[in-house]
Design a protein around this ligand. Sequence first.
Ligand SMILES: [Zn+2]
Length: 714
Amino acid sequence: MKNISSVLLISALAFNYSCTTTMKTNDIKQEIPVPDASLSSNPFMKKSKLQYEAPEFDKIKNEHFKPAFEFGLKQHDAEILKIANNSEAATFENTIVALEKSGEILKRALITFSNLTSANTNPTLQALDEEYAPIFAAHSDKMYLNENLYKRIKSISENGLDSESKRLVQFYKQNFEIAGANLSSADKEKLKQVNQELASLSTQYSNKLLEARKQGGIFFSDAKELDGLSADEISAAASDAKTAGQAGKYLLALQNTTQQPLLQNLKNRATREKLFKASWTRAEKSDANDTRETIEKLAKLRLKKAQILGKKSFAEWKLQDQMAKNPEAAVKLMNQIATPAVETAKREAKDIQDLIDQQKGGFKVEPWDWNFYAEQVRKAKFDLDENQIKPYFEITTVLEKGVFFAAEKFYGLTFKKRTDLPVYHPDVVTYEVFDHDGKSIAIYYLDFYTRDSKSGGAWMSNYVEQSYLLGTKPVIVNCYNYQKPAAGKPSLISFDDVSTIFHEFGHSIHGMFASQKYPSLSGTNVPRDFVEFPSQINEHWALDPVVLKNYALHYETKQPIPQALVDKIKKAGTFNQGYMTTELVSAAALDMDWHSVTNESQLLPVLDFEKQSLNSHGFTLATVPPRYHTPYFAHIWGGGYSAGYYAYLWSETLDNDAWEWIEKNGGLTRENGDRFRKYILSVGNSVDLNQAFRDFTGHDPDIKPLLRNRGFIK
Ligand SMILES: [Zn+2]
């Protein structure tokens, strides 16, 4: 995923502020405050001296954030007032460019803060997050709801502007309208209140969920209960238990999704059931980490916000500036995928039940059995065993000889490890990225391993965004939650995990190739249902024969993966797609339902609402639960994917269609890479993205390649 919550907030602040209603005259000078001596050692006050303004993690301390926020808010307020109250006629330069340049200190502090609260938080940062979420929401509203500023933006002539600048004017106008610039004063006041409450609730939700995941892991006292796990996995569980203060026991920690990767290998059915139920119920235990009440408040308030803004539902409001444009288009896409997905999942369930019956199991398949038996069906059908593959996927080899290698072959990029730049945690590694002509283009951090201070899942985010106007180059991070191997042991991952690393790096390339003047339109600052397109395209390289041969090396023998095994992986490519698609599309439908309510009375208690939603779409297979259950659906309650989880499917339509074009035109060639970079990766949001897609493929997106790729049609 793309870490959108932080970026949204930051880009919101990029064009943010001020609330006087009378024009001040030119002789009232707006003083812009400068930092005083008390702030002289605060690392956020000045541009970092490190390469590409990479954050000075060796100097940044918890106590620097609050003063940086306070000063940054004051400075940004003054800058915005000055722009809004300028007595000269509004021009592109004195209004929009000035806004793009404003808030430098605040943005610098905030971008680091939001990255750290996701990747390496602590109680001080969590408390600050709760304290400042409503303050930042109010700060953002001050600009969007400023009448003078909106009038100025509307009056700017686009004559003589280049195409990126014209697009930026349109972008500002649209964002002001979406944010409520046309509302009456009374409605603006109501909206401000709602936005602040929403920001607080969302932060509370994320903090509760982080704790719920941490507390949700289960301890086992006997290694026998973990039968089926590898010796390394068992020793990791023992060391996790020790760290958690229960030496002698074994701790199975929770991943953020419903299904837990270890379920595939756990032979003891009671252990599987315990682990699955711990996952499913993690945030509904009626304790301090129960998220349901917060969710119910969020859903109600989002509806209220949409109604203030003159829309029927939150989804209708949210989708205005997305590729889909309205919920109907997103729902249409989901329906096209849901029916064949559920049908396929039913056949898969039957295969699994047949196997259980053959083995005289004497029970009906439950969700905690699915992956364990699916794995056996896969072995029987395709003679393919996940444990046969894993020794070929050592994590750093996958990265350097797979992900980096594909980027070199396709785009000409090269990478050099850096050990001189400070990092925020000892597990983080750093690379410098060089273009095909040898020019340095970006700094790239990589943070592989799970820890209690990190949010679940995998994501990409920027520490510094590319902009010619600001003279900045990208500083990017990819975060994951892989189990850290015991000391001296290799980190061996599944093929799904390999795909995830290619995926997140696809977001990173999108950021690295950004080539915009204005930060608001740069790189991955694109609609949510487009942002997953470059990342999903990049996943395909994992199975490219040239790439695969280069990275899939046995961790002991260093021998490349045998061709016979590769053939099996490919043949098994559509295996379990009914399950995987159903869990994805049911989560997407659930998200859209939560945000499509048009009346408060439609909002039932969380678990009832979810049940009703899933039933109404025909997601009735109890064995195939949604990828995220409402209480821990962090994308939509804590992140920026509310009414936007369908984006994965929308982007996948673009991805599969564009991938067919690449394959038909020779696959892994520098020529194809340059073309994809030119039309898609380097344009940010500076052009019409539907047109960008047409420029690349020569046609409008077609859903058939997606259905073919998932094995639903021939
Ligand atoms: Zn993604």
